[in-house]
Design a protein around this ligand. Structure first.
Ligand SMILES: [Zn+2]
Length: 412
């Protein structure tokens, strides 16, 4: 049964929220983007536990804000609520494909909100220019520089391929090599990486199991080593192990080619997630747009672009008519990863443009206030690592993964 619940702010303005008999009060709050710690809830005048209680048909509910700020106005401004409080003069158009919104902090002043709507063609031009501006504004790539691009064989690398080829005249003229690590990649990803290299004319180096095994001096295959990490050491360390082995393979390939700059396809949410995670665990993340890792500089040319924007870009170039590919079986990762991504996605929903602010703020901290951990190259696998991270003690000469491999007796 439908029911209307009263929401009152500290100005005693009242709003009616729709609810259903039997649903959790907590769900009503969440659905309406009301932070649960911003309110108390009364049933027939008495305060109740909004986490436990379900809506009853014959009771009167009143949600009261405990703090005075203009939540209804803000929620209306961001269109999370549909009220008269903020009709705004939002631009509308019939051929809109995507609307980019920004609530940006204007220096010392308050937030400014902007909105621009694009049709399909304008959108493609917009995202490509966003990519070009992202490379130039942060000085990620210089002319005549050698850059190694790590390709996963997924959508992100496809989009990066299109960005690079379609905007080439607007980018510095650099020498691009690509690398794909077949270890822990699925065969379709590898063949996709190969067909992309052909399509875009990028020289591609493949790194296979035997080479990865050799880089670490493993007595067993990388797959067997990973299984040992998972079952004999710590299952939650397996994803980090895969990342380390991939990064090691990419860094070793770069060095063997005399390249000291590696481009990764990290997108806005990936970087935001790393920054959020770094604050939660208290270990600094090296930089929002690029970071020096030992003798190698890592750059993230996709930094201004979100995953949804990237998906819309590919969809605008080659509409797929919503043919969902068969879902790739993926291993359930850590819960922490889900949480960090959801925080970042939610942040961007309630504050469009939050990612860019987080980047700028984080970069300012890195440049002015943070003491970044010392970088070393591992004496075993030669991969760069942060001293003091995880199991790698300050005086360790080998990286965390090599320490684990050694413990498990996997090194020759
Ligand atoms: Zn190592």
């Amino acid at each position: 049964m439908h029911k209307l619940i009263t929401f009152a702010d500290r100005l005693d303005r009242r709003f009616e929220l729709k609810a259903e008999t039997g649903e959790y009060i907590h769900s009503v709050l969440s659905r309406n983007h009301i932070p649960v710690d911003a309110v108390i809830v009364r049933r027939d005048g008495d305060v109740i536990d909004d986490w436990q209680e379900r809506i009853e048909s014959d009771a009167e509910y009143r949600i009261e804000m405990v703090r005075a700020y203009h939540l209804p106005d803000f929620l209306s401004l961001t269109r999370l609520w549909d009220t008269e409080l903020s009709s705004g003069d939002w631009q509308t158009r019939d051929d809109a494909y995507y609307t980019k919104r920004h609530f940006m902090h204007a220096g010392e002043g308050d937030y400014d909100s902007t909105q621009v709507s694009f049709n399909r063609e304008e959108y493609v031009r917009y995202v490509e220019q966003l990519f070009v501006d992202g490379v130039h504004s942060k000085g990620l790539i210089a002319s005549d520089e050698k850059v190694l691009l790590a390709v996963s064989g997924g959508k992100d690398s496809l989009a990066l391929g299109y960005f690079l080829s379609r905007t080439a005249p607007r980018l510095p003229a650099f020498d691009l090599q690509t690398v794909h690590v077949t270890t822990f990649s699925k065969p379709p990803e590898t063949s996709f990486a190969q067909s992309m290299a052909e399509q875009f004319g990028h020289p591609l180096t493949l790194v296979h199991d035997e080479e990865v095994q050799e880089f670490y001096g493993l007595a067993v295959s990388p797959q067997q080593a990973l299984a040992d990490v998972k079952y004999k050491y710590d299952p939650s360390y397996s994803i980090a192990s895969v990342h380390s082995m991939m990064r090691c393979a990419i860094e070793r390939t770069a060095r063997s080619m005399g390249i000291s700059k590696i481009a990764f396809g990290l997108m806005r949410e990936d970087i935001c997630t790393s920054i959020i995670k770094s604050m939660f665990v208290g270990f600094p993340f090296g930089g929002s747009y690029s970071k020096q890792q030992g003798s190698i500089e890592m750059v993230y040319p996709l930094w201004p672009i979100g995953k949804k924007e990237l998906t819309l870009y590919l969809e605008a170039l080659f509409p797929t008519n919503n043919k969902q590919g068969s879902p790739v079986a993926f291993e359930r990762g850590e819960l922490a990863r889900d949480i960090h991504y959801m925080i970042v996605d939610t942040l961007e929903t309630i504050l469009p443009g939050a990612g860019f602010q987080l980047f700028e703020g984080h970069q300012r901290m890195v440049d002015n206030f943070l003491d970044l951990p010392e970088q070393k190259d591992c004496e075993n696998c030669q991969m760069s690592f942060s001293v003091g991270s995880g199991a790698a003690a300050p005086d360790s000469t080998i990286c965390e993964l090599c320490i684990v491999f050694e413990k498990l007796g996997l090194l020759r």
